[in-house]
Design a protein around this ligand. Structure first.
Ligand code: GDP
Length: 468
């Protein structure tokens, strides 16, 4: 099989692809891989829904389900139920919140799905951003209970619910297909009317974010009863009135996104674990998605920034351990031969080929769109820039051109200010070096989010990278 065939000449990353393609002729690739990010306000029911999906589609075995349920009851949080399946680390269990993006894989009839579960807590938007930057499509989970939708959507003073922020982020960072899953209608006396009411309010907002008509699907489901998650709700059940797609059908209906296999390797690192976190001595495990290129066991790679050269020791691909290789689009865990002390591998690092690696830079030119601003941006405006999983304090060092937000045409050179909902080309200087690419070369490494005081104030694309 692919895992046992000989590695390519270790120094020639280009030969990896042709050897992988030869292996694939012998042993065809599995189902295509789709990465999903799960968005929505805190308590909307994201973990419950994903826990149910994973449990019903067999990735977590029933013993694990019982073990987690028992643990939950013991600490007196039994009501969290299915959500426990998604919570990984002990400290998360104790807090009853998912801190990191829990990565999970399951298979539908047509696809291998990896879920990037973005937690809804306001402070955790950072995690949502790195999830969205790697995802092909989003599930937007909305609480359908009385007052639930409103608390996630309405604007009170300057605070608006995360349903809004997540939708704006998703579109801004480049996701253009969405399924809205309305939960908790199993407890609602008039579910059909409530679904229509929520759609009537949310749909115009999603359109205003830029989502196109045919790219939004509407459905309801209950993670707690399991209705309409994998199977259609049975007659007599709380959601039996609903005739639209199940969650799984909506996932299978997402369009597959193409990923360039014959481009240089880029794996933005989502999380990393050294020896102390179970990576084992002399190795580091990094989790991420192959944005482009391919890699196989034995490939020489370089981790940027820092140009740390190493070898890939093993690959877990789309949840399958001991794969021989991985291709663009795959969700992976790569075991790299590195001493933890010697390594500066972290969230925001990028694994590349040894010769055509990404560069880490401080200065970029970007085309940005502002969201709601409390005060207009002027020259020198401080911000936090997020690019893939990397993040750095930054300043706007040039306001170059103001564009017409509809046509993109230049409206004004050197504007003095940038106000809410404007589009402009600016120069941004970061206080640390960040691995970034031009958007047109590597889309997922060239999208940025601007945050200020814990709020998202803009999104954009990198149009130029300054190497000095
Ligand atoms: P998250 O913060 O979005 O991950 O939300 P959770 O999955 O933790 O759910 C929050 C609460 O809502 C929990 O108490 C769940 O049991 C409950 N819940 C989630 N989905 C449903 C649903 O479809 N129906 C009902 N009745 N309760 C739900």
């Amino acid at each position: 099989g692919a895992a046992t065939s000989k590695p390519a000449a270790a120094n020639d990353p280009r030969s990896d692809l042709s050897s992988i393609l030869r292996d694939l002729e012998v042993e065809p690739q599995g189902k295509p891989s789709l990465l999903l990010v799960v968005l929505g306000h805190v308590d909307a029911g994201k973990s419950t829904l994903m826990g149910r999906l994973v449990a019903e589609l067999g990735v977590v075995d029933s013993k694990e389900v019982r073990r987690r349920a028992h643990q939950a009851t013991q600490i007196g949080k039994g009501s969290f139920g299915w959500a426990w399946l998604m919570d990984e680390r002990p400290e998360e269990r104790e807090r009853g919140v998912t801190i990191d993006i829990a990565k999970r894989t399951f298979e539908t009839e047509a696809r291998q799905i990896t879920i990037l579960d973005a937690p809804g807590h306001r402070d955790f938007v950072t995690n949502a951003i790195s999830g969205i930057s790697q995802a092909d499509a989003a599930l937007l989970v909305v609480d359908g209970s009385s007052g639930g939708f409103e608390s996630g959507f309405d604007v009170r003073g300057k605070i608006s619910g995360q349903t809004r922020e997540h939708a704006q982020l998703a579109k801004g960072i480049g996701i253009d297909q969405l399924a809205v899953v309305v939960t908790k209608l199993d407890k609602h006396a008039a579910g059909a009317e409530r679904l229509a009411e929520i759609r009537g309010k949310l749909d115009p907002f999603l359109k205003s974010c830029g989502f196109k008509d045919g790219r939004i699907r509407w459905l309801c489901a209950s993670g707690t009863t399991g209705d309409n998650v994998v199977a259609k709700p049975p007659g007599g059940s709380a959601l039996s009135w609903f005739e639209g797609p199940t969650v799984v059908e909506a996932i299978d209906a997402f369009e597959m996104v193409e990923h360039k296999r014959d481009a240089p390797l880029r794996v933005p690192v989502f999380s990393s674990a050294g020896a102390k976190q179970g990576g084992g001595a002399g190795q580091v495990i990094v989790t991420g998605r192959l944005a482009t290129g391919c890699v196989r066991v034995g490939s020489q790679v370089s981790v940027m920034p820092g140009s740390l050269d190493t070898t890939v020791k093993s690959i877990s691909r789309n949840g399958h351990k001991d794969a021989g290789f991985a291709l663009a689009g795959d969700a992976v865990e790569l075991t790299l031969g590195l001493d933890e002390e010697a390594s500066c591998v972290s969230v925001g690092s990028v694994v590349c080929g040894p010769s055509d690696g990404i560069r880490a830079v401080e200065r970029i030119k970007a085309k940005i769109a502002t969201l709601e601003l409390e005060t207009p941006f002027t020259l020198g405006q401080s911000l936090v820039v997020h690019i893939h999983a990397a993040r750095a304090p930054a300043k706007v060092t040039k306001l170059l051109v103001l564009h017409d937000p509809k046509t993109g045409e230049d409206v004004k050179k050197r504007p003095r200010l940038l106000k809410s909902y404007q589009t402009a080309t600016v120069e941004i200087t970061m206080s640390d070096k960040v691995c970034v690419e031009k958007y047109e070369d590597f889309a997922s490494l060239g999208r940025l989010v601007l945050r200020l005081g814990g709020r998202t104030v803009g999104v954009g694309k990198v149009v130029k990278v300054y190497h000095t």
